[in-house]
Design a protein around this ligand. Structure first.
Ligand code: BGC
Length: 866
């Protein structure tokens, strides 16, 4: 058996709205034979002009491509067959493997190209006559009675966030569309296929249909944007859509947003991402004509990321009456999303509740850490005896508990079964499993997974609950490697990196947050960007993405941004090599900070110069991959000069780092900034500092990701396990003893005595320290990716048992299939089971004997002895 399955175009199955004439394509190979490697592939494609898969023109075949890669292939040239704007295509692929076996043609997949060029758009942005925070829009339209509908596609976006219904049915599960981008340059068009819904209407004998739109401020003009008193993007919500109907006769019709639409105040009198929603279900809209509003259409781009969708529903696990006498419902875990409830009552009866992540030391509902975010849902019933089911449309919260403030007949009347917490996040596929014999580590891994879900609501955020929820570059940079293992997030990062490139400042600086709402003029000086370890995300995240997927095209696309950022540092660095200027967050939230301060003790020039060196090193690697050899040389030479300036500035005559912090030693070691003898001393220093801290970490955002890495790589695997398995404060496992279900912002968010870190910054869902996840996967689970140029096809299987663990199970669902490792210590032997998917190869490194073995695809079992 040799089959090609799971065909993807632009990273998606059967996508519509692909914005390039040379999309990338990929497929998975299934086989029951061992050691399968693709030798060549061939594609055939056809155009479906009549917008129906049945009406296929003749197939056009590409030449056989001698190529082992089966992912991220660029659409090949095919004689006499060109992809074009607004074209819809079907395609199949077949392969030959290195044994000369040939597969059949795969199942047929489809895609549609749509180039978002201003000239192609005919609709206008529309809004209501009076300025409103939330509104409804609608349009009825006729379907041709004398023709057969074959295709209906809706392309839509908004200034604000929207939801759509056709004839009262949701047209997709998307939430908070079109998401948050650098709106000044990128506003994303989503493509929805309405053919099925309209054919259903027609089959019921209905020849008219109605589109309904709910529109709220979202990220566009909500409170979020008013951080500095001014909305960043604009004052009004507005909607844009083009519905294209294609008939069997070849006739095509477009229904555009214009004055023919109706607008009205809807049931939402207020909505905001931070504050919640106020809704009157009895409200009857008074419809009037919509009006056009000017908007630059050149910012429209086809959606290049992942939509946000509902993922999971959680029941109430406990109804609590707190010491303060309040009715609180507990959903068991800290999530991002909202509550769906069902209620009966009279018109005007009220349901009102707010959200919290924790109960305080006394067991009372705790909202002080939400800061300004009110997170309150206020719903007035329509009444009339019918059950009313509600969920918010324009807001989401980070929470585990809700407090019922009002409920028909009083909060104590509410029954837990009337509520469900709904988890939302960007619609990525989860790709990692991790289990082992240590229950605490398994729970830590679950918390890392939840921390990612909670902070992947369209952009990578710091936290999902307080009046922040911003795309902090530093947090994303440290967590990216773990995120790329936990979920298939290539498109999620692609979207965010394009926003980062769009947000890059004219001097090459990268904002603290992307999309950028924080850069501003202070006393004539532009601030809010250019911090080490944060802005370095411009180099680190594209490189992480390349390491994981081998996506050369994306690396090439972002190379100019990466280069420009490095040039920015160079222009700010003394002699171009020592970065000792500018504002930095440094080793943010490290425990060696002055009491009450957020800034760790590691000196900024050291942290900044270390990150400068790392960014230059990664940029040099990127240059080499992209064939920019002269640049790679120049960068390598620059790197050597930065390293020697690092040694001159930060290492004393005794060969030891001046800065006596764990993070100083970690950065110097991890980024390879020391001579061999200095390295030995830095390792000594690191161990001394850990001992001096009672065997604990003292690191913050920039040091923590490297702790176990550096210890293990430098011969101290046991010390890495000691730190990871430590249960007392401070440690990764300590929050578990306080009931954590996600990763905290502070090591001591809840202190051992039950007191809380200051409410001004105490998130219980911050993924940064979850960066340890990738170490757990690579070192305990034993799966690493090899040379990125082999695009994830080369694996290194190298588990390192330790810490008293007796078994571990780790699996990654890659584009090629599932890679899995199970190891178990039985008496004096280590048994390892490995599965390698077709078209991949692995090097198995047995940890005790040091033996290395080459593995092809299939299942393998080996035993290792000391
Ligand atoms: C965020 C962080 C972020 C930081 C900048 C905080 O308010 O929550 O995670 O990186 O600001 O240091």
């Amino acid at each position: 058996m040799l089959i090609c399955t799971d065909l993807r175009c632009d990273g998606r199955p059967d996508p519509r709205g692909v914005e390039t004439l040379r999309p990338d394509i990929g497929w998975r190979i299934e086989s029951d034979e061992p050691s399968v490697i693709q030798a060549a592939w061939q594609l055939r494609a056809a155009c479906c002009d009549a917008r129906s898969a049945a009406a296929i023109e003749s197939w056009h075949e590409s030449a056989w491509q001698e190529d082992a890669n089966s992912q991220l292939r660029v659409w090949p040239e095919i004689d006499g067959f060109k992809l074009r704007h607004d074209g819809r295509y079907i395609w199949q692929v077949r392969i030959r493997d290195t044994m000369g076996r040939e597969s059949d043609w795969s199942r047929t997949a489809a895609f549609e190209i749509y180039l978002s060029t201003e000239a192609f758009w005919q609709g206008a942005f529309i809004t209501s006559q009076e300025k409103r925070r939330c509104l409804r829009l609608r349009r009825c339209f006729e379907l041709a009675a004398d023709d057969t509908l074959v295709d209906a596609v809706l392309r839509a976006t908004a200034l604000g966030v929207y939801e759509l219904e056709l004839e009262g049915s949701p047209i997709s599960g998307d939430r908070l569309a079109p998401g948050w981008t650098e709106y000044h340059s990128r506003l994303l068009i989503s493509t929805y296929d309405l053919t099925g819904l309209l054919l259903d209407s027609l089959s019921r004998g209905e020849s008219t249909a109605q589109l309904d739109v709910w529109l709220g401020p979202g990220w566009h003009n909500g409170e979020l944007m008013a951080q500095h008193g001014q909305p960043v993007y604009g004052e009004r919500v507005a909607f844009f859509a083009e519905l294209e109907l294609s008939y069997a006769s070849g006739r095509r019709e477009r229904i555009l947003t214009d004055e023919s639409w109706q607008a009205a105040a809807g049931e939402h009198s207020y909505a905001d991402l931070y504050h919640g929603e106020t809704v009157d279900a009895a409200h009857v809209p008074e419809w009037g004509p919509a009006v056009r509003t000017p908007q630059d259409l050149t910012v429209l781009k086809m959606h290049d990321g992942l939509p946000v969708r509902e993922q999971e529903e959680l029941p109430v696990i406990q109804r609590i009456i707190t010491p303060a006498g309040e009715v609180v419902l507990d959903f068991g875990i800290n999530i991002s999303g909202y509550v769906r409830f069902t209620v009966w009552g009279e018109a005007g009866d009220r349901v009102r509740y707010d959200h919290a992540e924790i109960l305080d030391g006394e067991g009372n509902f705790y909202t002080a850490n939400m800061r300004r975010a009110r997170n309150t849902i206020d719903y007035r019933l329509a009444g009339g005896g019918e059950a009313e089911t509600f969920r918010p449309r324009f807001t989401f919260q980070g929470f585990r508990y809700i407090r019922l403030l009002d409920w028909p007949g009083g909060p104590e009347n509410a029954r837990p079964g009337q509520f469900r917490a709904v988890v939302i996040h960007s619609d990525y596929t989860e790709t990692a499993d991790f289990h082992c014999s240590h229950a605490g580590l398994v729970r830590l891994h679950q918390n890392i997974v939840r921390g990612m879900k909670g902070n992947f609501v369209d952009i990578p955020t710091d936290c999902p609950q307080r009046d922040e929820r911003l795309g902090w570059t530093g947090d994303a940079e440290v967590f990216a490697e773990t995120a790329l293992r936990l979920g298939d997030t290539r498109l999620f990062w692609r979207k965010w990196l394009r926003d980062m490139a769009a947000a890059q400042l004219p001097d090459g600086g990268i904002p603290h947050v992307v999309p950028d709402i924080l850069t501003r003029l202070e006393n004539g000086i532009l601030t809010g960007y250019g911090a080490c370890g944060w802005a370095d995300a411009a180099v680190i995240v594209p490189w992480r993405l390349f390491e994981r997927y081998g996506d050369r095209r994306l690396l090439a696309e972002h190379y100019p941004m990466m280069r420009f950022w490095v040039d920015y540092i160079r222009s700010r660095a003394t002699d171009g090599v020592l970065w000792d200027t500018g504002f930095h967050f440094g080793d943010w939230l490290a425990l060696d900070a002055e009491p009450g301060s957020y800034f760790g003790a590691t000196p900024n020039p050291l942290t900044a110069t270390a990150h400068y060196a790392w960014s230059v090193e990664l940029l040099a690697r990127a240059a080499r991959v992209l064939g920019r050899d002269a640049e790679a040389e120049e960068l390598t030479e620059l790197h050597a000069r930065i390293v020697s300036s690092f040694q001159n500035a930060f290492v004393g005559p005794d060969g030891r780092l001046h800065a006596r912090t764990q993070t100083a030693a970690l950065l110097a070691l991890q980024f390879d900034l020391l001579t061999p003898s200095q390295r030995g001393l830095a390792i000594e220093q690191l161990l001394e500092l850990i001992d001096a801290a009672g065997g604990a970490l003292t690191t913050g955002f920039l040091g923590t990701p490297w702790l176990c890495e550096v210890l293990a790589d430098n011969g101290h695997l046991d010390r890495a396990y000691d730190l990871l398995l430590r249960e007392d404060y401070p440690s990764w496992l300590y929050p578990l003893s306080q009931g954590a279900t996600t990763i905290w912002e502070h090591w001591d968010g809840i202190r051992p005595d039950g007191s809380l870190w200051s409410a001004d910054m105490n998130s219980f869902n911050h993924y940064a320290y979850g960066a340890i996840g990738s170490w757990m996967h690579r070192v305990i689970g034993g799966i690493r990716f090899g040379d990125p140029c082999r695009m994830g096809r080369e694996l290194i299987i190298a588990p390192h048992p330790g810490g008293g663990l007796i078994w571990a199970d780790h699996a990654l669902d890659t584009a090629y299939g599932r890679v899995s490792v199970h190891w178990e210590i039985v008496e004096n032997a280590l048994a390892i089971d490995v599965t390698i998917p077709p078209n991949c190869e692995a090097e198995l490194c047995l940890p005790w004997s040091g033996t290395k073995l080459r593995l092809g695809s299939g299942r393998h079992r080996h035993e290792d002895r000391k």
